[in-house]
Design a protein. Structure first.
Lengths: 338, 372
């Protein structure tokens, strides 16, 4: 699930370890040069959202080897739950300029949405996936598709098939100047939120007992069970966290775009899944990396006038990666069986 | 079986023996009898009150098209055990193939009948093109790759306006005709019904013969245990490619018929939901059981297009304010979802389990058996 950090004193090893960060930096520099600062910030923001969703795919795949098809729709439901909490419960209509008020509203919004979505994710796992844990592999996958369809249409039933407006709490006009360009604080807020959550997740997985249980379960479920790990609990926590992150992505999506629709989950879900595959499925750091990569591909495509083909390009990438490098960029512990 | 049932069955024994020996003929007779019985049934209450016989025949035609699609998908999923989530793409390719050469958009007007075959060929070619690089992948990855393909095709059809007229699609597609004898029209559903029924029985016979062929048994072996099949000398990739090609070519042929029936193709007709509706039919009917899958498709189609439509009119007539707002046709997608989830949880072998397939799902019941 997490990449083991190899510490070594030799300079060669050190250089080897630095290769990835260096190439990421080089890529970012190149992207910044090619796209310009505005598009670069857009891509980073979009990437932050994809990365949050991709984490859920990769965590679940890492632990039970299920492509949780419904995860994109969990993200979509999250955006609707956030919309509902923000506009109906908190009574927000638009931007809040009072900073303490804004911080309080956003915090409550995150806390509530993440909790609701975590519970929904765990509920789905309990009802739809757990009974099929020993079934042939295609059975839970087909169930996941069914769950995805149910979620989409329940939302469509309650909120209609049209685009729904979400209150954008953070004022769009707030911005800072970076080398002559206006960078909205909103974008920085989105990127910062997702980075904080990702770092927190990494720490949780690598430092806590539960995190260790998750790692061992993903390596060998039966053996960890023999070592006293409560498998059901661990898998449920994985779903709680993954869906909670999708909920956070839903909040962020609403704040950033100011709208949502019942079909959001399918396309962005597939893109986030592509991100997870790109990074190496089962690998949380890889999922984050993949999320940003996909966003750069998409934003790059539209910057060069191929915006309509964005989806097709991303899915072609998915196919190409699955065929030629199923372990993804960072490698995964499950890829060898692909 | 009871003595009475034996007595009732006794006179039919020779008939059954005959059909056991000549099964293809039996399927043909069965399908034809059913296709005559169904329209007759719609003249009887309560069915005659729902819609005119012509509308019923039209609905049956669409149901049969949907059932053929499900039977084709069943070859891929039920026989070879490959989850194909982009099946609608091949359906789309067949439809566009015909639309491209038989509509005012391009000004070409090729006859329908050879195009029926061409649709199958195009489907098979794309099936092989998609399958060749991807069939080495494990099951769930393959599912996602096919899903990606299923998305790429409509996006491409939507964006390649020069060739496909984008979102508008290609309209005014030629109806089939038998020169000098019969011209298919939009108002008379019967010729199309006959054509679809003939094709339906042909495809069903073909699939049954395939199932019993060497290839069919190869698929069984692969599905049950890929490793064992490979070590027994089966070329897995070739066999899977054949399943993909057969499934895709059926979708291609059906796509041509569908385009000729509704005379317009648009990218929106071939969304993911179409692939999933076919999957729902396969899962409902029982993976691997051709007749079961076709029945599953009929059940789902009639349920959504007749029952849900009826609910709409019923609610309108009774005039319940809250329910009036609801378009029950929207529930068809929830229906697919519920079918998939419930069937997988409660009855993964489908309503009509395939005999050969029973074993695969048997491990699910070990606990229950042990308790007895």
């Amino acid at each position: 699930m997490a990449t083991a950090s190899v510490t070594s004193s030799t300079a060669g090893r050190l250089l080897g370890n630095l290769r990835l960060p260096l190439s990421i930096l080089a890529f970012l520099g190149l992207a910044l040069g090619v796209l310009g600062i505005d598009q670069f910030v857009n891509a980073m923001t979009l990437g932050a959202i994809y990365a949050l969703v991709a984490l859920g795919y990769t965590m679940v795949y890492g632990i039970i080897e299920l492509i949780n098809f419904a995860h994109g729709d969990v993200f979509m439901v999250g955006s609707f739950v956030a919309m509902f909490i923000s506009s109906s419960l908190l009574g927000n209509e638009g931007a809040i300029t009072n900073v303490p008020m804004l911080a309080a509203s956003v915090l409550i919004l995150f806390a509530l949405t993440i909790s609701v979505m975590a519970l929904l994710g765990a509920l789905i796992e309990r009802l739809a996936y757990r009974p099929l844990r020993r079934a042939p592999k295609l059975a839970p996958l087909i169930t996941a598709i069914g769950v995805s369809f149910i979620l989409q249409n329940v939302i469509q039933f309650f909120f209609g098939p049209t685009i729904v407006t979400v209150p954008q709490l953070v004022p769009i006009e707030w911005s800072i100047q970076v080398s002559g360009s206006r960078v909205p604080l909103l974008n920085l807020f989105v990127i910062a939120t997702s980075v904080i959550l990702m770092v927190a997740l990494q720490l949780f997985i690598s430092r806590t007992r539960t995190g260790r249980a998750m790692r061992t379960t993903s390596m060998d479920r039966d053996a960890s069970s023999l070592m006293g790990v409560d498998i059901n609990r661990t898998i449920m926590i994985t779903f709680l966290i993954g869906s909670g992150l999708a909920g956070a992505a839903g909040v962020v999506h609403g704040l950033y775009y100011g709208n949502t629709t019942f079909g959001l989950g399918f396309q962005s879900g597939l893109k986030a899944f592509t991100a997870a595959v790109l990074g190496g499925i089962g690998n949380t750091a890889g999922a984050a990396l993949g999320g940003f990569l996909i966003a750069f591909v998409e934003v790059g495509a539209s910057a060069f006038g191929y915006g309509r083909w964005g989806g097709a390009i991303v899915f072609s990438l998915l196919v190409i990666f699955l065929v030629f490098r199923p372990t993804g960029l960072l490698g995964s512990h499950t890829g060898d069986r692909a | 079986m009871s003595r009475i049932a034996d007595a009732v069955n006794a006179p039919f024994a020779p008939v059954r023996a005959f059909f056991r020996k000549h099964r293809s003929f039996g399927i043909f007779v069965g399908v034809v009898l059913l296709s005559i019985a169904l329209p007759l049934l719609t003249r009887v209450p309560p069915f005659d009150g729902i819609q005119s016989t012509n509308a019923w025949v039209n609905a049956f035609t669409t149901a049969a098209i949907y059932a053929m699609l499900a039977m084709g998908l069943n070859v891929v999923i039920g026989f070879a055990g490959l989850l194909d989530l982009g099946y609608a793409a091949f359906f789309a390719l067949g439809g566009y193939t015909y639309a491209f050469v038989a509509a005012p958009f391009t000004g070409i007007h090729l006859p329908f009948w050879p195009m029926l075959l061409a649709g199958g060929v195009v489907g098979a070619i794309f099936g092989v093109l998609l399958g060749a690089p991807t069939l080495r992948l494990r099951g769930d990855y393959l599912a996602i790759v096919t899903l990606g393909f299923g998305e790429i095709v409509p996006i491409t059809l939507m964006n390649a306006d020069k060739f496909t007229d984008g979102v508008n699609g290609i309209g005014g597609i030629d109806k089939p005709s038998i020169p000098g004898i019969l011209q298919f029209t939009l108002t008379n559903p019967w010729p199309m019904y006959g054509l679809v029924i003939a094709l339906f029985s042909l495809i069903m016979i073909m699939i049954y013969r395939l199932e019993d062929s060497r290839l069919g048994r190869t698929w069984d072996a692969i599905r049950e245990d890929e490793l064992a099949a490979e070590s027994s000398g089966v070329n897995i990739v070739i066999a899977k490619l054949q399943a993909f090609a057969v499934g895709a070519s059926i979708a291609g042929i059906v796509g041509v018929v569908n385009a000729a029936k509704i005379t317009i193709v648009t990218p929106d007709q071939f969304r993911f939901a179409v692939s999933i509706s076919a999957l729902a039919a396969v899962v409902l009917g029982g993976m691997g059981n051709t007749i079961g899958v076709a029945t599953g498709a009929f059940i789902i189609y009639l349920f959504q297009s007749i029952l849900l439509k009826q609910l709409n009119t019923l609610v309108e007539n009774i005039n319940i304010p809250v329910l009036n707002q609801i378009d029950f046709l929207d529930f068809q997608y929830v229906l697919y979802g519920i079918v998939l989830v419930l069937m997988m949880l409660k009855r993964p072998q489908g309503i009509f389990p395939a005999r050969r397939r029973m074993r695969e799902f048997a491990p699910l019941k070990i606990g229950k058996r042990g308790a007895k």
